[in-house]
Design a protein around this ligand. Structure first.
Ligand code: CA2
Length: 151
C-alpha cells in the first residue's frame, strides 16, 4: 500500500521566517509553515514529517530516508535552489514525486534566482504565493500521488 506520509523540507535560512525580511517572506514562522502543511495534508488523510536544516548533507540524508516511508516531498530548498546539483541529484535518486515551493516570486527577483536546479525533477511548482503556497503545493502533490495510485 502507498504510504500516506509527506516529507516537508525547508532549506537554509528558512528557520528565520517571520523573524527577518517580513516584506519579502511574510510574518509567519517556520513553525506556522509546518502547521499549515500538516493541516492541509491531514485534511486529505496524510501526515507530514518536517525537516529544516542549514546543512546540505542533513537535507540530503532526510531526502534519502523518505524513500523508506514517504509518498512525496514538498520542498523549499531556499538558496540551494539556485546552486545545488547534489540536492537535485538526491531528489532525482529517490524517485518520489516532488513539489517545489518558493514563498517569493523568484522570477521577479535578481537574475541569479531565475534558475532552479530542482525545477525539472519536480512535478508541482508553486512560486510567489507567500506561505500559503506550501498548502497549495501539498494539495497538488497529493492530487498527483492519488492520481498515480488510481485513487
Ligand atoms: O522565495 C523563497 O521561498 C526562496 O526559496 C527563499 C530563499 C531564496 O534564496 C530563494 O531565492 C527564494 C531564501 C530563504 C531565506 O529565508 C529567509 C527567511 C527570513 C529571513 C531571511 C531569510
Amino acid at each position: 500500500m502507498t504510504s500516506r506520509r509527506l516529507l516537508l523540507v525547508n532549506g537554509p535560512n528558512l528557520n528565520l521566517l517571520g523573524v527577518r525580511e517580513p516584506a519579502v517572506y511574510g510574518h509567519e514562522s517556520l513553525a506556522d509553515v509546518e502547521r499549515l502543511v500538516a493541516r492541509a495534508a491531514a485534511a486529505r488523510g496524510f501526515e507530514v514529517r518536517a525537516v529544516q536544516s542549514n546543512h546540505e548533507g542533513v537535507l540530503i540524508d532526510a531526502i534519502h530516508a523518505a524513500r523508506e516511508d514517504c509518498a512525496g516531498i514538498v520542498i523549499n530548498p531556499g538558496g540551494l535552489t539556485h546552486t545545488s546539483v547534489v540536492l537535485r541529484d538526491a531528489l532525482s535518486a529517490v524517485a518520489l514525486p516532488v513539489a517545489e515551493v518558493h514563498i517569493s516570486d523568484v522570477s521577479k527577483r535578481e537574475p541569479f534566482r531565475h534558475h532552479s536546479y530542482v525545477a525539472d525533477v519536480a512535478v508541482v511548482h508553486v512560486v510567489g504565493e507567500g506561505v500559503a503556497g506550501y498548502a497549495t503545493a501539498a494539495g497538488r502533490l497529493i492530487d498527483a500521488i492519488e492520481g498515480a495510485a488510481g485513487a
